[in-house]
Design a protein around this ligand. Sequence first.
Ligand code: PLP
Length: 374
Amino acid sequence: MKEIQMVDLKSQYLKIKTEIDSSIIDVIEKSEFINGSQVKIFQKQLEDYLDIKHVIPCGNGTDALQIALMALGLKQGDEVITSDFTFIATLEVIALLGLKPILVDVDPNTFNISVEGIKRAVTPKTKAIIPVHLFGQCANMDEILSLAKSHNIVVVEDAAQAFGATYQMEGNRNVHAGAMGDIGCTSFFPSKNLGCYGDGGAVFTNNDTLAALVRSISNHGMKVRYYHDHVGINSRLDTIQAAILSSKLKYLDHYNLDRRKAAEFYDRAFSGCDKIQVPARNSKSTHIFHQYTLIIKSGDRDDLRKHLQSKGIPAMVYYPIPLHEQNAYKNLGYRTGDFPVTEQLCKSVISLPMHTELDIEQLEFITKSVLEFY
Ligand SMILES: *Cc1c(COP(=O)(O)O)cnc(C)c1O
C-alpha cells in the first residue's frame, strides 16, 4: 500500500506533470514574473468559474482578508464579527488593522458560525461579519446576508476552505462560496482544494468601487505607476503560480468530487459506530471536504490519534485551541466558558486523511484501523 498522507500533493502533481511543467517553463521563458499575462488569464478564468464581475489575485489568503477589510475603509474600534472556531488568519487581520474582533460560537454539527450567536453579538458599532466556510461547507449564508442587510453590515466571506462549494440561495440559485457576500476571499495555499505551488490568494466582488480599491490597495495603493492614492500593501500573485492555477482550475470540480467520494466511503464505514459522529451536512450547501472531520463522543480522541499514528496513519486536530484562548488574543477579554461549543469541539474533533489521491486500499485500512480501536 502507498504511504498514507494527510494530503498527497506529489501524486496529484505527477498526473498533470507535463502540463504543469510546460506552463512554468513558459513563464520563465517570457520572464514576466510579476503581473505577467498568465495572471490576467487566470483572473478571467476565475471570474467565469465563479460567475462574478471582479477577481483580484493577491499574494495569499491572509492578505486577501486584510485587503478586503482595508478596502471597506473601517475605522479603529469598528467591530468585526467572526467565528471562534477557524484558522487564526481570519481573526489576525481584524486585530492587525486595529479593528475590534467580536467572536461568536459555532453550530455544534456543521462547525460553522452560529447565526443566533451573530444576532446576539451585533451592536451599533458592528461594521462587518466574516463568515468562514469551514472544512469545505458554506455557513448559513441566506440568514447571514439578510441579517447583515437589515443592520447595514458588510459581509466578507472567508472561502479559503470551500473554494468550489456552492450554496442554494433564494429562488434556487446556486452561487459559489466567495461570490455571495459583498467581498469574498480565498487562499491557494498548496493544501487547499485549489492549491498552487507556493502562496497565493484572491479577492472577489461584484462591486466596481470595491474592486478598484482592492486592486489598488494590493499594489501599493496605486492605479497609475508612482501615483499613490491609498495606503496599500505589496500583495500580488506570482505569474508562475497563476500559470499553475490556470492549469489546475479545470480539474477543480473533479478534484472536489474525488474528495466527496472518499468522504462517502468514510461515512458508510462509520455509520454503525455510536462513538463517532460523521460530518453533518448543511442541506443548502455542497460539501467539498477540505477536511473530513469526525466528532469523537467517547472522550478518547487523543488515544485514537495515537493509535492511528502507530499504524502509519496521520490524523490532525483542526483546531486544538479556541481562538479566544490563544495567548496572543487574551487581551480581547474572553474567558474559558464563553464559547462552550467551540471549547468542546477542540477537545473532540479529529480530521482524517483527505485528498484527491486516496485509493480504496488506503480508505479500507484507515476505516478498519479507526473501527478496531472501538
Ligand atoms: C488557509 C486559510 C486562510 C489563510 O490563507 P493563507 O493563504 O495561508 O494566508 C484564511 N482563512 C482560512 C479559514 C484558512 O483555512
